[in-house]
Every structure is written in structure tokens, then in C-alpha cells.
Design a protein around this ligand. Structure first.
Ligand SMILES: Nc1ncnc2c1ncn2[C@@H]1O[C@H](COP(=O)(O)OP(=O)(O)OP(=O)(O)O)[C@@H](O)[C@H]1O
Ligand SMILES: [Mg+2]
Length: 290
């Protein structure tokens, strides 16, 4: 098997990632536990609340290489390990990254959207590697054993309202410690916007006031994540008005947009996009667009 450990990277740290002290403390405990026996950690929370970022942050903090696998895309068992391929009329088995990555000591294996797999049987292979035995027999590869101190992190979108077991098989869920992430409070989100996009605190507050109007309006049924508030702030930092930034960041119906724009207008007097003008899309200095 090719030695891929040299290609796998320890993620770079995000100096502006905020996490609850208690979550950080428990991650520290779990990291210590991983020295003693295999550990799996499930991170749940709403869309864009920082689940994937937390896994990356963990890997960078503990200097572990990390690889992410989109479990939601799997449609049949065996797909993670490899595939029969055809070359010059001959079939051969091509092994994928997954069996290689789980054999790297200390690697963080991020299983993204573990509850979204199209076919529940596609997850069958995972049961074996997530169990305490930490190994699986693959006909084409032989016995694949998970290396010491490998940690599996699964992430899935799941709000606090969740109570059933249908979203993720309970046998699978049973194998994980769980961290539930909430969106951080306003004051923290304001800091995130300022630190990550460079907008002023007063602008960040204004952006969040508008976003919170949408968040608190249940009829609009909109989940607006930190990802969205960051997108809006980034556009504002690039010179867009709040109105424009909202229009180009959120995919919302015209009705919702209209009432939102009214509230922005009331908030900021910003009407810039009312006078929308068309022009040819060419470079200002007369050159052609590429
Ligand atoms: N607590 C936080 N501190 C700083 N930035 C955050 C925080 N939470 C989320 N972000 C930022 O928001 C964006 C979305 O985060 P991330 O992709 O980790 O969310 P997710 O929960 O994995 O989303 P999805 O549900 O779509 O998988 C990233 O740019 C991330 O840096
Ligand atoms: Mg994610």
C-alpha cells in the first residue's frame, strides 16, 4: 500500500474559532481517553454551526492529520474501501483513501453527514471499524486494522428538537460520545464577524440585528447560519451595502426578501439597490472580460 501519511495534513488552526469551555474540556478528556482505547465522537447541531470546523480545530490543536469523507454520498457497502476497475481489458481492485487513512496512527477521520447516506447498508462497513475490534475483513485487501489513537468524528445536522432514532441507527449512535453544538450567542457571533471579515463592531451589530429578525420569524422558516452571517459580512467588507450583501447571500423568496428589505431600510435607510442599473459586463478600463 502506498504510504500516504506524508500527503495528509494537520489542518491549520483557526485562531478565531469560538467554542464553549466545557466542550473544549471534554474534548481534552476524550483525547486523553483515545490513548487508552478507541474513541468515536459524534458532533450534532444545526447547519453551519461549526461542526466541521470543530473537528478541524481539534486535529490542529492535537497535531493530528485529518481526512474527511462524505458519508452522505455513499450508496452501497464497500464504497469507502475501493472499487473494481478496468484497465486494458483486465479488472483490478483500486483501494481508496479510507483504508489507508484509518491505518495512520492518530489520524482524525471525519465522517461528514453520517445520517444522510442514501442507503443504510452503505454504512455496514463502518460498524466494524467503529467497534472496539477496530478492524474489518475486505476480500480484496485482507484484514484492515485501524491504527492506534485514530479518532473517528462523525458530524450530522440535528437540532436540539431531535428525539427519535430514525435519523441515525441507534446501534451506530451507541458507539459515539456526543457533543451538541448550538449557535454561539450574539455577542460571540459579533466578535466572529469582526475578527474573520474585518467589519467594524457597529456594522457587525447591524448585520446581526437584521439576521436575527429573520431567525426569530418562524413563518419564514429560515435557518440562517454563521456561514450566512459571515458571507454577508464579507460582502459588506468588500464594499457592498447591507441590502446588497443580504440579497446576494441569502436564497430567499421574494416575499420574505421584500419584508426583510423594508426592515433594513427602516434600520439603515439603505435603498441603494432600488435604483438598479444595467450595463455591459466589461472591464472598466475598456478591456474585455476574460
Ligand atoms: N464557533 C465558531 N467560531 C468561529 N467561526 C465559526 C463558528 N462556528 C461556525 N463558524 C464558521 O462558520 C462557517 C461554517 O462552519 P462549519 O462548516 O464548521 O459548519 P458545519 O456545522 O459543519 O456546517 P454543515 O452543517 O453545513 O456541515 C465556517 O466558516 C466557520 O469557520
Ligand atoms: Mg460540516
Amino acid at each position: 500500500m502506498t504510504d500516504i501519511s506524508q500527503y495528509l495534513k494537520v489542518p491549520t488552526v483557526d485562531p478565531n474559532f469560538f467554542v464553549l469551555d466545557e466542550d473544549q474540556l471534554n474534548l481534552e478528556r476524550l483525547e486523553k481517553l483515545s490513548e487508552k482505547h478507541p474513541i468515536n465522537i459524534l458532533i450534532t447541531g444545526n447547519q453551519g454551526c461549526g461542526k466541521s470546523s470543530l473537528v478541524r480545530q481539534f486535529a490542529s490543536f492535537y497535531q493530528r492529520p485529518m481526512v474527511t469523507f462524505q458519508i452522505g454520498l455513499l450508496s452501497e457497502a464497500g464504497q469507502l474501501f475501493g472499487q473494481q476497475r478496468l484497465k486494458e481489458g483486465e479488472t483490478f481492485y483500486q483501494s481508496f483513501l479510507f483504508p489507508k487513512a484509518i491505518q495512520i496512527p492518530g489520524c482524525v477521520i471525519h465522517l461528514e453527514e453520517i445520517n444522510r447516506s442514501e442507503n443504510p447498508h452503505a454504512l455496514n462497513d463502518l460498524f466494524s471499524v467503529l467497534s472496539n475490534e477496530r478492524c474489518i475483513w475486505v476480500d480484496e485487501l485482507g484484514l484492515v486494522e485501524v491504527a492506534p489513537k485514530v479518532i473517528f468524528f462523525a458530524t450530522m445536522n440535528e437540532g436540539e428538537e431531535f428525539s427519535g432514532t430514525d435519523e441515525m441507527d441507534s446501534a451506530l449512535r451507541d458507539r459515539f460520545y456526543r457533543i451538541h453544538l448550538d449557535y454561539p450567542p450574539m455577542e460571540v457571533e459579533e466578535q466572529i464577524l469582526v475578527l474573520k471579515t474585518g467589519v467594524d463592531m457597529s456594522v457587525a451589530k447591524q448585520i446581526l440585528r437584521v439576521i436575527n429578525k429573520l431567525r426569530s420569524n418562524n413563518q419564514m422558516g429560515m435557518g440562517i447560519s454563521i456561514r450566512h452571517s459571515l458571507m454577508i459580512s464579507e460582502l459588506v467588507a468588500m464594499g457592498a451595502s447591507l441590502r446588497e450583501a443580504v440579497i446576494y447571500s441569502l436564497q430567499i423568496s421574494m416575499d420574505v426578501l421584500e419584508s426583510l428589505l423594508l426592515s433594513i431600510h427602516a434600520e439603515t435607510g439603505d435603498t441603494a439597490v432600488d435604483v438598479r442599473k444595467y450595463n455591459r459586463y466589461v472591464h472598466a478600463k475598456g478591456g474585455q472580460t476574460p
